[in-house]
Design a protein around this ligand. Structure first.
Ligand code: GDP
Ligand code: MG
Length: 162
């Protein structure tokens, strides 16, 4: 059986952009307007000759009341279906309440988590990624889903977790 990697995080952090980067195609829907991805969409992926299934998550209205709770509830479903989790945070914004809500779900799940510090488009932003050590999920992997920066190291960590 092919292992399943769930990509979770609050809206607009770049989950779908990262999924497209990993699968090498533009299939996951990326929108400047957050909340466009349907609840869960699966894609075939591979890295270094290992196949896995990537599950992109989303579909929240960012203006909805109780957004953090909704995100956490969706993450809970996706995580329960996955062997490992790729948790995406926007390093240029830092840790928000919605991020903290997802962290609680991840802790409870006991599943392996790889932390992607996204939108690290250049060297300057790397210091901001380091602040994500405070989430208590181990090493934050700085990446730019948009430009591909850091994605090789991130995927190596993902394979080690699967
Ligand atoms: P999702 O809601 O988490 O799936 O986020 P999307 O993938 O739809 O991306 C939301 C916005 O962030 C889009 O405008 C993307 O172009 C932008 N974005 C995604 N990744 C990066 C990145 O690495 N750097 C920058 N600067 N923008 C990004
Ligand atoms: Mg999306």
């Amino acid at each position: 059986p092919v292992p399943v990697l769930a990509v979770v995080g609050r809206p607009n952090v770049g989950k779908s952009t990262l999924v497209n980067r990993i699968i090498g195609r533009r299939e996951a829907v990326v929108e400047d307007r957050p909340g466009v991805t349907r609840d869960r969409v699966s894609y075939d992926a591979d890295w270094s000759g290992r196949a896995f299934t990537l599950v992109d998550t989303g579909g929240w209205d960012p203006d909805a009341r109780g957004l953090a709770e909704r995100i956490a509830a969706q993450a809970e479903i996706a995580v329960s279906l996955a062997d490992a989790v790729l948790f995406v945070v926007d390093a240029t914004i830092g840790i928000t309440d919605a991020d903290e809500a997802v962290v609680k779900v991840l802790r409870r799940s006991g599943k392996p988590v790889v932390l992607a510090a996204n939108k690290v488009d250049d060297q300057r932003t790397e210091a901001e990624a380091a602040s994500l050590w405070n989430l208590g999920l181990g090493e934050p992997y700085p990446v730019s889903a948009l430009h591909g920066r850091g994605s090789g190291d991130l995927l190596d960590a993902v394979l080690a977790a699967l």
